[in-house]
Write a protein that binds this ligand. Sequence first.
Ligand SMILES: Cc1cc2nc3c(=O)[nH]c(=O)nc-3n(C[C@H](O)[C@H](O)[C@H](O)COP(=O)(O)OP(=O)(O)OC[C@H]3O[C@@H](n4cnc5c(N)ncnc54)[C@H](O)[C@@H]3O)c2cc1C
Length: 302
Amino acid sequence: MNSVAAVKKELDKIGVAYVENALMSAHTTFRIGGPAMLYIRPENQDKLVGAARIIQGAGLPMVTIGKGSNLLVSDAGYQGAILSTEGLTDVSISENIVTCACGASVTGAAVIARDRGLSGMEFLYGIPGSAAGAVYMNAGAYGGEIADILTSSTYYDMETGAVAALTAADHGFEYRNSIYRSNSKRIILSAVFELKPGQHAEIRSAMEDYMYRRKTKQPLEYPSAGSVFKRYPGRYTGQMIEECGLKGRSVGGAQVSEKHAGFIVNRGGATAADVLGLIEIIKEAVAHKFGVEIECEMIYLA
Ligand SMILES: Cc1cc2nc3c(=O)[nH]c(=O)nc-3n(C[C@H](O)[C@H](O)[C@H](O)COP(=O)(O)OP(=O)(O)OC[C@H]3O[C@@H](n4cnc5c(N)ncnc54)[C@H](O)[C@@H]3O)c2cc1C
């Protein structure tokens, strides 16, 4: 029996749903990506950990994903198992502490917090990611970032086979980076945030302002993975790209957004190869004009 067949048999035994040859274009906000051998969708933490143990035991490559909003998946797809957290969406609140399961929407959590009169998550409103994806990336916007509010996270450690926790200080947060990015053996299970009591009207107004800014400045009408590049210290990357005259530049179906040059959008039928080709053009142009090397924020999965 090959490893995929063995994994399927064991997943059936523990009652975890999966799809074979699942097109990743259906599971990424870019709407790009070929088939994953197995797309696995556990519905709770025990099943997620159980599924991870099975995949690991079978020696199949594995990647855990959230909402696929920071991912570019290869046109050839992924030769292994994608473990999705989309079934783990619980958000619970006790006083000013918000606990999110790994797959919970951060925008949804910000709304729940707002409705309980808790301030601190406003900046997350409009970010289309999961709690774990946001912790992994140290997601941020409008002057806030995950590092400001996270108090701890739990994870499944594939090296030890145990569930463990990290305190805020253990996360090694940097700009769009956390310790999880350098350790692919850890699957984030949950995240705990500490917020402050606030005025509902003020929280709502900040969130509406951020959403207004997103809608007016970002190309939300097209599929994308958000800002493709990290901010270059002291510079707006989107502005540098615009100054290179690249707004609207296309490769196949991928285009430098006409609205915000920091975004690459899928204008229809874009492939990962198109996006990668466009990224090379942008990097070369920025290096030539400004003498700096810009780095991708978005993660490429092949
Ligand atoms: C329109 C748009 C606007 C955006 N605006 C912002 C913004 O303002 N600020 C910002 O920071 N980002 C922004 N993003 C990018 C993106 O939404 C964030 O990076 C988000 O935090 C990614 O979460 P996700 O669940 O989609 O992660 P995914 O894209 O699914 O995964 C991202 C990475 O996290 C890893 N990962 C996910 N879940 C787990 C887990 N449980 N355990 C271990 N690793 C895991 C994946 O393997 C992958 O490497 C935007 C994206 C879009 C499309």
